[in-house]
Design a protein around this ligand. Sequence first.
Ligand code: NAD
Length: 505
Amino acid sequence: MGNPDRVQDRFAAGAQYIAGRLRPGTSGRTQDVVDPATGETLYRYELAGPADVDAAVRAARTALPEWAAASPGERSDALHRFAAVLADRSEELAHTETLQCGKPIKLSREFDVPGTVDNTAFFAGAARHLQGQSAGEYSPDHTSYVRREPIGAVGSIAPWNYPLQMAAWKILPAVAAGNTIVLKPAEITPLTSLLFAEAASAAGVPDGVVNIVSGAGRDAGEHLVGHPDIAMTSFTGSTAVGRRVAELATAGVKRLHLELGGKAPFLVFDDADLQAAAHGAVAGSLINSGQDCTAATRAYVQRPLYEAFVSAVADLMATVRLGDPLDPATDLGPLVSHAHRGRVAGFVERARGYATVVTGGEAPGGDLARGAYYRPTLITGAAQDSEVVRSEIFGPVLVVLPFDTDDEGIALANDTPYGLAASAWSRDVYRAGRATREIQAGCVWVNDHIPILSEMPHGGYKASGYGKDMSAYSFEEYTQVKHVMYDNTAVARKDWHRTVFGDRP
Ligand code: NAD
């Protein structure tokens, strides 16, 4: 397990990164960062209050003119250097992410950190390729073109499940497009956002372009969203908090980007490769202990495969090794906190009254008892309108339901307020193709579930929010498009002036 003193020393200067340096918060309130594998406090820091948010916004506004005026090539060079610094610091990033979140070190090393380095390299390239309509004479008398301009100082709020990647997804497209940013990570997991911002500075990104305020949602978060000098809010988190953020941003007529909750369906047709589907369901529901907005949560399995699927999934779940997240052999770490484990367990305990808990449904004992662990859990026999089918549990819990016809399977998959991600499992290209067209979600995988790519957009339909992270599509969020129109005639009385002056000479 990690050495708490090391973390306390590493961030001794404080958990606020403003204008290129770490400093303490001034809210007068402290927050513990706890290792969920042991329950030990790794780091205690002073939370950001409104004055710290004001200082960070000032820093972002001060840095804005020069950063916005930098050429795409200059911003691209800085981001390329940033990717190289992150790659050099991979092990510190992975270790710290695992300590504060409890995620297995192999996940941090093979997914979170390389994904972040790749995102950074992608945006370094994309910064030079902002697309727009081509300049031209769309009327014979005028030449038009579009300018794609940064929006200003952006305020971002991120969740605790992938703190490093969420910081990257918010910060990179914003700064690649010439904006500056103030990011508020979740207060229980601020450490890798701070390392990310430090790496930006080490790469030569000017002070004030990337700022981090580690504060609580209600005060620092709301102050940031409502701040008059913030031009845009981008938020990733739960749908409930997203609604509150939307109210505040709307009152200030701010541009808003919302990446919210999910309840991804996993649709298995009766011609699917059973072993592939069972492995996909276990990996897709247990990744990051199920604390993944796109995790497979509702498996709908066509009746002929249903029993075999349930038993294959239960067998595979039994092979997953819970353990110390810093041990490379560990498959499943603890949940992010004891409080969150209690929330997940509550869903499962209530489900015992109306469904069958086939496997799991408990915390392990022995050496793991002090951590926030929860065993992989498989539930069957739940009704479509039950809580475990409808609500986001955000834990290692998979619910499996049967269906008969393809129409019914697709209808059940869509019967949710959410629309972030889904998968369809079939060897028939027409069946799978129909599912990709008819499932209402921002991503539909065929015969896989979870992989993401820097080049491809990530974002929701329905109550999962709007706007895209990653990919060139994210520039739609972080830029504003200006139409510039030149008159080509050089005449004082233009044709269209007839509508005002009539035909008088
Ligand atoms: P959360 O909504 O509780 O918190 C998210 C962030 O909002 C935190 O930084 C929190 O401090 C802040 N916050 C809380 N109240 C606030 C308020 N009143 N005003 C401003 N900010 C406030 O979410 P969480 O529990 O940290 O994360 C899990 C949720 O995030 C899940 O619903 C998950 O699906 C979602 N998520 C979505 C995506 C996506 O891309 N769509 C990605 C990751 C996580």
